[in-house]
Design a binder for this molecule. Structure first.
Ligand code: TLP
Length: 348
């Protein structure tokens, strides 16, 4: 990235496929995946299931589609779903949970994305003619709106126990699950083992152009495959999407630690600017969120001032701004971003 180019910190979704990925796309063996005949898709799904130590996997078009399909595959219409009040499913998916899946979301507040099992227990009402049936618990790891925070296998296990007591399925939106595993320095299987099923995205820090994977038991994935068809997500020569996914799972996971180091550098730089509030304890992976209300402007105007300095960021709320590190963002870009924020605050 040269100095005249934009430094794009809006999301890790802006990453482009690597040369190895483009080569893999060119070489990929293809077939019709709706007939189950694309060898590259089949290979990716097998690899994803093995990585998570689950029975089967399904390639879908996006994280949003993966979440919607999981909601539908784990429940029946009219059921109640317990989720975290800042979760992606609740905030950013156009209400598909209600509009399409016909479910009642029951949001609970958490501590940095980690739900308290006691709060879950308290939210589950006794069986009664009047109440919807609770069917599913959703977790998010890493947690986007809490700033990329991580939940540990022990925290997941404690929630699993509540889920078991009440016969609930446990699902994890693991869009950035490999970031969580890298941050915790554990095998991703440790994070997958206490949930019934989960999804992860190829198209974020792993740099693929498209795609997410749903992983779980055979019967869950079989239902998910039918639901994917209902939602128009049955793809034909999807091997061109799966091929970079295989490269990602084989070679792009460990480098996420670079993104985490850069996020930390960025957060520490920002923390030295008096007018800005940042909770460094939330900066656990590749997301950095900070409060700019001390600058006396909205995050929208802050973000447009930054854009004039060639730095792109996202306005999350009226006062909160998000920056995400990813492949292509190096230490020098972090320094430029910190300098640009410093300039804005000293110009005021
Ligand atoms: N998140 C995007 C935006 O939608 C906010 C981002 O830039 O972070 N779960 C989580 C935890 C996510 O962060 C996202 C994407 C999704 C699901 C949805 O994935 P896509 O964008 O592939 O539908």
């Amino acid at each position: 990235m040269s100095s005249v180019e934009l430094i794009d910190l809006r999301s890790d979704t802006v990453t482009l496929p690597t040369r190895d990925m483009l080569d893999a796309i060119r070489r990929a063996k293809l077939g019709d995946d709706v007939f189950g005949e694309d060898p590259t898709v089949n290979e990716l799904e097998k690899l994803a299931a093995e990585k998570m130590c689950k029975e089967a996997a399904l390639l879908v078009t996006s994280g949003t589609q993966a979440n919607l399909i999981s909601l539908m595959s784990n429940t029946k219409r009219g059921d109640l779903v317990i989720l975290e009040s800042e979760s992606h499913i609740y905030w950013y998916e156009r209400g598909g949970i209600s509009m399409i899946a016909g479910l009642l979301p029951w949001p609970l507040k958490s501590n940095m994305g980690a739900l308290d099992p006691l709060d879950i227990e308290a939210a589950i009402r006794p069986q009664n003619l009047h109440f919807p049936e609770p069917a599913l618990m959703c977790l998010e790891n890493t947690h986007n709106r809490h700033g990329g925070t991580v939940i540990t296998p022990n925290q997941i296990k404690a929630i699993r126990e509540v889920a078991d007591t009440h016969n609930l399925k446990l699902y994890m939106d693991g869009a950035r699950i490999f970031n969580a595993a890298i941050a915790l320095k554990i095998n991703v299987k440790e994070l997958a083992k206490h949930v019934d099923n989960l999804m992860f995205c190829l198209s974020k820090g792993l740099c693929c152009p498209v795609g997410s994977l749903l992983v779980g038991a055979y019967d869950f994935i079989e239902r998910a495959r039918k639901l994917r068809k209902v939602l128009g997500g049955g793809m034909r020569q999807a091997g061109i999407i799966a091929a970079p996914g295989i490269v990602a799972l084989e070679s792009m996971i460990d480098r996420l630690s670079e993104d985490h180091k850069n996020a930390r550098r960025l957060a520490e730089g920002i923390s030295r600017i008096d007018e800005i509030k940042i909770d460094l304890s939330c900066v656990q992976t590749n997301i950095v969120c900070f409060d700019i209300s001390g600058l006396g402007m909205t995050s929208e105007s802050f973000v447009s001032m930054l854009r004039k300095k060639c730095i792109l960021a996202l306005a999350m709320t009226k006062n909160k701004v998000r920056m995400v590190t990813h492949k292509g963002i190096e230490e020098e870009h972090v320094e430029k971003a910190v300098a640009a924020i410093n300039n804005i605050s000293s110009e005021l």
